[in-house]
Write a protein that binds this ligand. Structure first.
Ligand code: MG
Length: 210
């Protein structure tokens, strides 16, 4: 029953994603949440964010910021990275995900959604049938309502963690990769043992709920 919320992937940070591999696999559009995905809540684009966006543009991606925050906040972040943006996006409603994919001049099938919130960023991406990557929040000291949301998502994430662990233990040694992306990722991780993979999942969970 919780599967509808499960992200396609879960990584520590938007800054450790192998974007080059996604481009090679055919992805062309990136839809980013801002607060706690790219910078701490309310912060301007920092050097790390500016460098990442430069790199992504050089790779060939079109980017759209998709934020539930207000226009001044989104424009303040965007002044240093200069991409498409949608403010007051109404996530998780899927409408603006389709608009964001259009703004990146591609289809939902070749877009990625990257965000830190399970019930807004990820759930909305799943409703729009876009490949979703959940990241852990940059700033763990969040306001009351965000902390409340984290508390509500925790049982779902426990189910997700459990399902990931089951997949690892069921994974045959020479499983054929399902897609180019998985293939790349598996190639990168092929030297990891099952227990290392399980430890990685555990680390991600702990770092999310410290
Ligand atoms: Mg966020």
């Amino acid at each position: 029953m919780f599967e509808r919320f499960f992200p396609d992937e879960w990584v520590e940070s938007a800054y450790c994603i192998d974007y080059e591999a996604y481009y090679e696999a055919g992805y062309r559009g990136l839809i980013f949440d801002i607060d706690n995905t790219l910078v701490p809540h309310g912060a301007d684009a920092d050097e790390r964010a500016i460098e990442l966006f430069d790199r992504l543009k050089k790779i060939g991606f079109d980017i759209c910021l998709l934020s539930n925050n207000k226009k001044p906040r989104v424009e303040r972040f965007n002044k240093d990275v200069n991409v498409n943006y949608i403010f007051k996006a109404g996530k998780p409603y899927s409408k603006n995900y389709y608009v964001a994919a259009m703004m990146t001049r591609t289809s939902t099938k070749s877009s990625l959604v990257i965000g830190d919130q399970l019930f807004t960023d990820i759930y909305g991406g799943k409703l729009a049938e876009i490949h979703t990557i959940l990241v852990n929040p940059i700033d763990k000291k969040e306001d009351f309502f965000v902390r409340l949301k984290r508390l509500l998502e925790k049982p779902v994430m426990m189910f997700y963690k459990h399902s990931l662990k089951e997949k690892v233990s069921e994974m045959p040694r020479n499983r054929k990769p399902e897609s180019k992306v998985n293939h790349k990722r598996l190639k990168k991780e092929k030297h990891m043992t099952a227990s290392e993979r399980l430890a990685r999942i555990e680390r991600l969970f702990e770092s999310r709920y410290i």
